[in-house]
Design a protein around this ligand. Structure first.
Ligand SMILES: [Zn+2]
Length: 109
């Protein structure tokens, strides 16, 4: 009997690995505005960890930024209280315009 059921091919890998565990919020954060540049979450994480001397880097970018904000005494909820040079600001997926890309790794967002 011919097999009609094809095994599903492995999901194609995107150029950048998608993190299996999404940040613990339902809000889709597409990138961050950092130093007046658009930076993807992975790169923000890489920048923030050494800068703020985050001890446990194996967490979501948001977790790390929350800790960093505490250290830097930044009120992340008051976006007008700091500028993007002082601390990365969240860019939601809905705010991403077509053609935006990460300033650091150049991946498109
Ligand atoms: Zn990047």
């Amino acid at each position: 009997m011919p097999r009609t059921h094809m095994p599903l091919p492995e999901k194609p890998r995107s150029k950048h690995e998608v993190h299996r565990s999404r940040p613990g919020s339902s809000i889709d954060i597409a990138a961050y505005f950092y130093g007046e540049q658009t930076v993807c979450p992975d790169c923000v994480k890489d920048l923030a960890i050494p800068y703020y001397q985050i001890s446990n880097p194996d967490r979501s970018t948001e977790d790390i930024l929350n800790e960093a904000a505490l250290k830097a005494r930044i009120d992340r909820h008051g976006e007008d209280s700091f500028n993007s040079h002082e601390f990365p600001k969240v860019i939601f997926a809905s705010d991403i315009a077509g053609g935006d890309y990460c300033f650091v790794c150049l991946r498109s967002l």
